[in-house]
Ligand binder design. Structure first.
Ligand code: GLC
Length: 555
């Protein structure tokens, strides 16, 4: 059964239907457009796509304010188009994950409209109310500086309502059994339409106790997570929950469950933030710590490893000095920063578009313990538009060609501006040009993705950080089913030589073969390898020869 856990060795690609491809020419991306681009995604080599919310919504928070859980926003097509898309994805062996945003609804949702209008409404208790202004109303805002409070007075209701996020996103009272039953119904609905699971939004808030009397540290109701999973597994055995939970490592097992009975996957925010620090400071040591701290997890559970996503790069878990280093290197101007804790830029501009550093960073990402999650456009090195507000700057349309609007739409008025000037404009950065260029970032991504899929040790194996004697050099060995892979990255600009012991008996592990270039290294008599790395250089070695994987022990 263990080979069936598809998410352990997957490559996930996240995108927003709105900004991916417009088929009908109205300036807004749609499911028909996305369907036409499935061959591109298959060619790139990704194995699953994660779609940001596409349900009917006033879209005041990028669609994370849902007004109807059982439909498709007319901007993007119909439910029929959605099913045509999931079917087409399935035909190509691609899985589909969708966002599940159930911490809150839009204030336009009919449940909230009914709840606020009538104290006797069956939906009144679906939300969280207080007649008095709660003492903690000015605490716990997720968007400091933009969001002023977590409790807002509603004239119609004659009460305050709780909202962890913006005031147009009233929190659902998730402790209410009727709400829980509805969440299961929503999951069941989309599962029937062909999805393989959910990226569950804001999980710590979904399962936290809510109410005016809640004080102090959050109290999570983990049984809720178990119930979601149990239901999902019953309806569709191979469907998963990928939790968005920016938590401390000491809580990891609470969210995975000691018996692996809660979230299948979680994004590794610890490793994400430490990676950015490592890249900024050319120092791998805090990253090794983050890897070690997040190592304990049940075998069937998995980390989602990412560099950037649709939100700001949250640096809230770094120390103040570390955060200052990352700000200085990757987001020095105020306009690049957001909510006091993060950077809102796309990845390529953070690294000044430097191909060597971009490749090093993604090579690193692909070889960290877990399943890589890419963001659309990063495979071609797309940039941002800092003229757009808050997180919108990194959500511009995909750049397909060098034609008008980057080939995203035939309309002269795209709903979201396409980047049309500067070094990241579509004339310079687009899929069509890179496809024909064997040295392009896109070509590099396809080959690295292929390598990553052929190195299941990284997704499945046991990770060990090997001493390298150099702060800038990270060496990770993965062991799985009597095979080993060794990934070495030089985070610094200067060339280095490192002496490395693989820790594997030289009679078996004396030979290292680079999966990317075919280069070889033989151990000396003491079992040591002397490796040379260019500035920002990297190697992925198979230990003991190329065909070692083919000779692996059966399960
Ligand atoms: C998550 C999403 C973010 C959204 C928020 C509220 O953090 O990633 O984009 O604004 O939830 O739903």
């Amino acid at each position: 059964m263990i080979n069936d856990l598809w998410y352990k060795n997957a490559v996930i690609y996240c995108l927003s239907v709105r900004t991916f491809m417009d088929a009908d020419g109205d300036g807004i991306g749609d499911f028909a457009g996305l369907e036409r681009r499935l061959d591109y995604l298959q060619g790139l080599g990704v194995t699953a796509v994660w779609l940001m919310p596409f349900q009917p919504s006033p879209k005041r928070d990028g669609g994370y304010d849902i007004a109807d859980y059982y439909g498709v926003d007319p901007d993007y097509g119909s439910l029929g188009d959605f099913v045509a898309f999931t079917h087409a994805a399935k035909q190509r062996g691609l899985r589909v994950l969708i966002d599940l945003v159930v911490n809150h609804t839009s204030d336009r949702h009919r449940w909230f409209q009914s709840a606020r209008a009538d104290p006797d409404s069956p939906y009144r208790d679906w939300y969280v109310w207080s007649t008095e202004k709660p003492a903690n109303a000015d605490e716990g805002m997720v968007f400091p500086g933009v969001q002023e409070t977590t409790w807002t007075w509603d004239d119609k209701a004659g009460a305050y309502y709780f909202h962890r996020f913006f005031d147009f996103q009233p929190d659902l009272n998730t402790a209410n059994p009727a709400v829980q039953a509805e969440i299961l119904k929503i999951m069941g609905f989309w599962i029937e339409l062909g999805v393989s699971g959910f990226r569950m939004d804001a999980v710590p808030f979904v399962i936290a106790k809510k109410g005016a009397d809640v004080k102090g540290a959050p109290v999570e109701q983990f049984d809720m997570l178990r119930d979601f999973r149990e239901f999902l597994q019953w309806r569709k055995g191979d469907a998963i929950i990928l939790a968005e939970a920016n938590i401390l490592p000491k809580q990891d097992l609470d969210y995975f469950g000691d018996d692996a009975d809660r979230a299948h996957m979680m994004f590794n925010f610890q490793v994400n933030q430490a990676t950015f620090y490592a890249l900024a400071a050319h120092d791998a040591r805090p990253l090794v710590k983050a890897i070690e701290r997040t190592k304990p997890r049940p075998l069937s559970c998995q980390w989602g490893i990412f560099l950037r996503n649709h939100d700001e790069l949250d640096l809230g878990r770094l120390t103040e000095t570390q955060r200052a280093t990352v700000f200085e290197k990757f987001g020095p101007e105020k306009g690049m920063q957001l909510y006091d804790r993060g950077i809102r830029r796309r990845f390529a501009p953070m690294l000044d578009g430097d191909p060597r550093r971009i490749r090093l960073a993604y090579s690193l990402m692909f070889t960290l313990p877990g399943t890589p999650v890419l963001r659309y456009g990063d495979e071609i090195g797309m940039g941002d538009d800092l003229g757009l507000k808050e997180r919108d700057c990194a959500r511009t349309p995909m750049q397909w060609t060098g034609e008008a609007q980057g080939g995203f739409t035939r309309s002269a008025k795209p709903a979201m501006p396409v980047i049309d000037h500067g070094p990241y404009g579509y004339a310079h950065v687009n899929v069509a040009d890179q496809r024909h260029d064997k040295d392009s970032l896109l070509t590099w991504f396809s080959s690295v993705i292929r390598m990553r899929k052929e190195a299941p040790e990284i997704g499945w194996g046991d990770v060990t950080a090997l001493p390298t004697g150099k702060a800038a050099v990270l060496a990770l060995r993965y062991d799985w089913r009597s095979n080993a892979v060794l990934c070495v990255h030089n985070l610094g600009p200067g060339p280095v030589e490192v002496e490395l012991e693989t820790g594997i008996d030289p009679s078996e592990g004396g030979l290292l073969i680079d999966l990317l270039t075919g280069e070889r290294s033989e151990a000396d008599e003491a079992g040591r390898h002397c490796l040379f790395l260019e500035g920002y250089g990297y190697h992925w070695f198979r230990v003991g020869g190329l065909d070692a994987l083919l000779r692996r022990t059966p399960t």
